[in-house]
Design a protein around this ligand. Sequence first.
Ligand code: FAD
Length: 430
Amino acid sequence: MIKNENPVIADSLWDATANPAPNCLPLVGKVETDVAVIGGGYTGLSAALHLAEAGQHVTVLEAETIGWGASGRNGGQVNPGLKDSPDAIEARFGTEIGRRMVNYSGAAGQLVFSLIERHNIQCDARPVGWIRAAHNKKALREIKAIAAQWQKRGAPLQVLDADEIAGLIGTEVYIGGLLDHRGGNLHPLNYALGLAVAAKRAGSVLHGHSRAIRLEKAGEGYKVETSGGVLQAGKVLLCTNGYTDGLVPQLAQTIVPIRSIQVATSPLSDSARASILPKLQAPSDMRRLLHYYRMDAHGRFIMGGRGAYGDRGTKRQYEALRKVTRQMFPQIGDVTWQHAWGGFVAVTADHYPRLNLLGSGILAGLGYNGRGVAMATAMGKVMADWATGVPEQALDFPVSQVQPIPFHGLHKLAVGATVARYSLLDRLGL
Ligand SMILES: Cc1cc2nc3c(=O)[nH]c(=O)nc-3n(C[C@H](O)[C@H](O)[C@H](O)COP(=O)(O)OP(=O)(O)OC[C@H]3O[C@@H](n4cnc5c(N)ncnc54)[C@H](O)[C@@H]3O)c2cc1C
């Protein structure tokens, strides 16, 4: 069970199958550091690792334990690219930085797998590709257009027809899809724990149970306070994504936290394992309220989708995920459902992540819109580049000023209305 979490979303398979965590004692007393990193998920850990490798003294403050947030709870799908297509990104940001964003986000999966290899991280990493599955003609047209745009840029994507996708997934509900060979999947919490070990080995100092409760300018740098200590830092990186609290109030208004949930079976029979995801890819479908699913290393099937803010709604959504699994994969038989859990993703108004500059020495990286295994790792590296003095124009992602989402206080109502609309459009196949 995830400690210090609402029991309704705490029964995580990843927590139950985690490697031993590195020892990260709380911050005590007054400490000086070059860079303070707030948040011990992929963004913060990747930033810490890359900063330490660049010779900086870096200190990570995590409010709970390493990987406690979305990084320890997600579907483990390593998805290359941003939500928009490469052409749309270049049209919006211009060919100079737009092209760099396309290349960098497209290579984010390879960055994950190369870090895992370089630091010998034991996280059941499978670079077997990522499947996007089309449930109707409109979705298939979109998939083909995305594939063509990436293929034009030399990326290894393969369009799948109905028979091919049925063979790879083990269901006949899709009319086609694509296999993006740059992606794959992994055990998300063990990846986070492995990044933490690598960051420590490179010289970073990691503190668990150390929530940053105050942040203020102090001389040339910043003072960050926890309940037990004070960090005096030259620069501060905020890496709190869907768990952004009131430490910097205007940052919390740039994202909407949305709950995503998953349910997992006990290990399947050999015959079910032979027909469901036999090559172990982890697909996502193209619905607005998408389903994402996979097998773990012990043959458990995991189905994920949208959660609700309340407990009763979340329990209903767990049941809906179990039902959709039985409909899509009748061959799964009479399985036991072993785990059900969830966490917060951070959604932005335009579905692009952000690098927000909050002061001369404070940068926040967040807003992965549910696609942060690869992108948060990549963003942490960009943040490390920024903290070591790489000029903004030379970074692989644009730095922007904070822009609060209008009427942010009403976000739960707005999300409820959007979910109802999306659910209707998905049901109508529009
Ligand atoms: C159920 C679920 C399924 C998902 N599936 C996928 C998937 O399959 N593929 C994919 O690419 N993405 C997926 N995502 C999204 C992905 O997990 C996130 O985008 C990514 O983990 C974000 O990493 P992060 O380090 O930025 O934030 P997080 O991992 O959320 O870490 C933020 C950390 O900041 C800490 N924190 C907050 N405030 C403070 C403070 N004041 N002081 C100190 N610490 C603080 C929190 O405790 C937390 O540990 C999923 C997310 C969820 C919840």
